[in-house]
Design a binder for this molecule. Structure first.
Ligand SMILES: Cc1cc2nc3c(=O)[nH]c(=O)nc-3n(C[C@H](O)[C@H](O)[C@H](O)COP(=O)(O)O)c2cc1C
Length: 212
């Protein structure tokens, strides 16, 4: 375990792409340990209606990577219709772009992938049901990422493949009542020194007793 105090763990768990060690195997018990920690996260009614697919078969990883890349291709092709990439003006957008591209090119080399599922469909659901469903899985996934970081591993939250989620459902025989949350590389990191990220100033985003 790394020697990180809670605030350091919470503020230095980054989207790791260029510093994933694609050549080092990750033992299954270590992934399971991080998942056991994730399962302690709050979830509506404690129903545990989540499911977690870990992919560590290289042939399946390669197919999942193809779906991820195809999803990003579709997303990029559709950007013109919405007036271009909405994140183009953010702090260090170019660096994020290079990093995303690097992960794309190397996704098939990930030692393992995590595909969290929630047992609910939110298409057309009211806000209560949408919030309850997503709110019952997101903390667990973040806990998983924190647990990885605490052990010298890393991940990145990715949603690119969701553009082609039906292909992933077919590949992994996922029943219709489940929603895919994202796709998470699992790998040791190259070095363990990660920094706090740039975020919008608090004055722009916090409102006391009303909108900021
Ligand atoms: C909902 C969501 C979707 C994301 N999708 C992708 C993705 O498809 N591919 C990717 O490389 N990164 C993806 N990211 C990672 C973000 O780009 C990253 O979190 C952001 O640049 C901030 O960096 P940080 O997490 O290191 O602070 C996603 C993150 C979130 C939270």
């Amino acid at each position: 375990m790394l020697d990180l105090d809670p605030d350091t763990l919470l503020t230095t768990t980054r989207a790791v792409r260029k510093r994933l060690d694609f050549d080092r195997k990750v033992p299954r018990p270590l992934i399971e340990e991080c998942l056991q920690i994730a399962f302690q996260a709050p979830n509506g009614g404690n129903m545990n209606s989540w499911r977690w697919i870990v992919i560590d078969d290289p042939a399946l990883i390669a197919q999942a990577a193809e779906i991820y890349n195809g999803g990003l291709d579709d997303y990029i092709a559709g950007l013109a219709k919405i007036g271009g990439y909405p994140g183009a003006q953010v702090h260090r957008a170019d660096a994020i772009g290079t990093s995303v591209a690097y992960l794309r090119e190397n996704f098939h080399r990930c030692p393992a992938l995590l595909l969290p599922l929630m047992q609910a469909r939110t298409e057309g659901a009211d806000l209560f049901n949408q919030g309850s469903s997503w709110g019952s899985i997101i903390q667990a996934v973040w806990s998983f990422m924190l647990a990885l970081r605490a052990r010298g591993l890393g991940s990145a939250w990715t949603t690119g493949h969701l553009v082609r989620h039906q292909d992933m459902s077919k590949l992994l025989s996922i029943p219709k009542q489940y929603t895919q949350v994202g796709l998470f590389p699992i790998a040791y990191t190259l070095g363990t020194d990660f920094k706090r990220a740039h975020r919008r100033p608090t004055t722009e985003v916090i409102g006391w007793n009303g909108m900021p």
